[in-house]
Design a protein around this ligand. Sequence first.
Ligand SMILES: [Zn+2]
Length: 771
Amino acid sequence: MRLGPGAFAASCVAIEVLGVAIFLRGFFPASVRSASPTGRLAEPAAPEPLAGASSNWTKLPLPLFSKTVIVLIDALRDDFVFGSKGARYMPFTTYLMGKGPSHSFVAEAKPPTVTMPRIKALMTGSLPGFVDIIRNLNSPALQEDNVIRQAKAAGKRMIFYGDETWVKLFPKHFVEYDGTTSFFVSDYTEVDSNVTRHLEKVLKRGDWDMLILHYLGLDHIGHISGPDSPLIGYKLREMDGILMKIYTALLTKERETLSPNLLVLCGDHGMSETGSHGAASAEEVRTPLVLVSSAFERKPGDIRHPTQVQQTDLAATLAIGLGLPIPKNSIGSLLFPVVERRPMREQLRFLHLNGVQLSRLLQENVPSYEKDPGFEQFVMAERLHGNWVKLHLEEDRSGALLNLGTKVARQYLGALKTLSLALSMHVAQYDIYSMAVGTIVVLEALTLLLLSTPQVLHRRAELEVPLSPPVFSLLFYLVFLVLSAIHVVVCTSAESSCYFCSLPWLAAGGVMVLVSALLCVIASALARMVMDSTLLWKSAAHPCSGWSEVGLLLLLGTVGHVLSLGASSFVEEEHQTWYFLVSTLCLALSQETCRSYFLGHNNELPHCFHTEPGTVGATSVHQDCFACEAPKAGQMDKAPCPSGTHRGHARWAVLAGPWLVLACCRLLRFLNHTGVQGAHRPDLGHWLTSTSHKMELSCLAALSLLVIFMLAQRGCSPVSKVALALGLVGVFCYRASIGNLLFPWQPANRGISKATPTTSPPLMSQQALWA
Ligand SMILES: [Zn+2]
């Protein structure tokens, strides 16, 4: 069977897409989701368990707090509050945590440590999966069950000030809001003043139940100058003052209403040592979570080592504190200290509600949920809880009852922890089997493409698909059988929950057929290649074969550079290997040219440059012969008269070439410092793109476009020349119209841009783009 080049390429691309899709499906496993539709809110709460009868406490318990204020400080790292910085710059918060009625925790955020996913995690208590990424592409509003939605359904009035992400995630949920944009990274003052300016008025009013403030300034400072900047101290002090203001106002309100309020201080993610965030380092993941309420016990204690909890635990805790149902997809467990001063019956009721929600989520997502230790523990605790309620209703007031209650609570807490761990493991689990299948498919298609490159270059781009020869058919059936056996073994093993196993057998079989067929095609192509090359070896000693030193260096360097891209610091400093490689290559080239010229191998020089290493297969070897023979022939015609100035010029040009390239590389490095370490250093790019050097940039751009035209127009028809010129003029006009460049007739307003504040927004937006 023969395939044309188009059909061959198209099928290769289709196979690649299939492989990548299977891989991604394994890499981003489905998140844990409740089966019940999110639209339905009024689901009856689980009744209190009662041994031998059904309890009449079926309603949700009443809210524990009347007003709640959530202060979210973007990029608040745990040591900004609990460390030496906190003691120095946040004296009031430190006092509250040490001696006030509060509970402090270190809440661990899951990567990606970026604001929007973290807000979602805080309010839904769930971790996003692959399906959500696809599902949320076109709708910014949060569709999932969350605390804000539940609070709105319960008729709570909520007010929001701060990062406008919240307004996009929860449209029409807030009775009053003012969103600030996080676009101007260089602004760390206005962005917070826009939040604080509402505070005074709102705190005086009583017509709200929940106030959410999201301060962005600290994050912006981190992005500008890192976590050790002196600006951090000022910002923390400002935040401390705000917390004091809110706490005092809440206390005043409490005296009027006589019911406790809740103040929550949290961060969405931390800040790395360079001031950025997004990854999974300890600095980026650990955030403080401080809950303050007069309902809590005042207990002097060590605040330097708070308990570590999960960020997702806040959703369940808030829901219980506000008397709301826990969000359906929440995998968090209740922060028990919040309820530990409530009567025992209420405590157990809260724990039971959380347990029911978690075990329901486990049942809907894990097939073998009954064997889960957390589930078993929960069932046992629920039975004990029933006994406890029975004794309690029988007015048993002995110490034994209290002991039993404590035991039940402890058992519930253990069960909650195990359940939420099992659920988060379920989310974080890579589906290795699907990933492996996807990788194999992709690699096979890639190998096939590589192997066919010589044929394509040879303009005989037809691929022989060798499914008919008996040897390959045998190989095909063998591989198919082995793969099917592996599939059966993997999918019938106890704890497999692979996506690939959940596919119908026919579809999985199709993929197996594809994998085996590709393997056979590759094997046959390789076999033919080996046969062809041995034939060639026998026929003649080939003049072009063998590796030159430069070729070897190029090949090894390329392989090394590709390998370095897989480093953990993905695309941070990898350009350094490229710089190193280019410099080394230039030096090697220079050495080779010198050797060729001064040691008297003049005629061989062009030959060196035309020797193509890495000839794959016989067909390309043939081609190479043309490639290296052609210049030789040309040299016979022109170069046999090498005496005189022409030859001298050429010689020096060739000798200077590598050094010229080296100089260009140096210029290139200076043009733009890429990477994380050097990003802040001033470079030519910054100089050119600053508003005061627009004229220079415009001249340079015009010159570069002219050079491009001069180089590209050779050998073009007049029509293409005009088209090329028009296109290049268009490039310049576009850049000028969006304000990057100046037209020749435009004045260079360098004085004005510095004097009037009206031109500062473009500058700021540029800085934001660089940041
Ligand atoms: Zn953030």
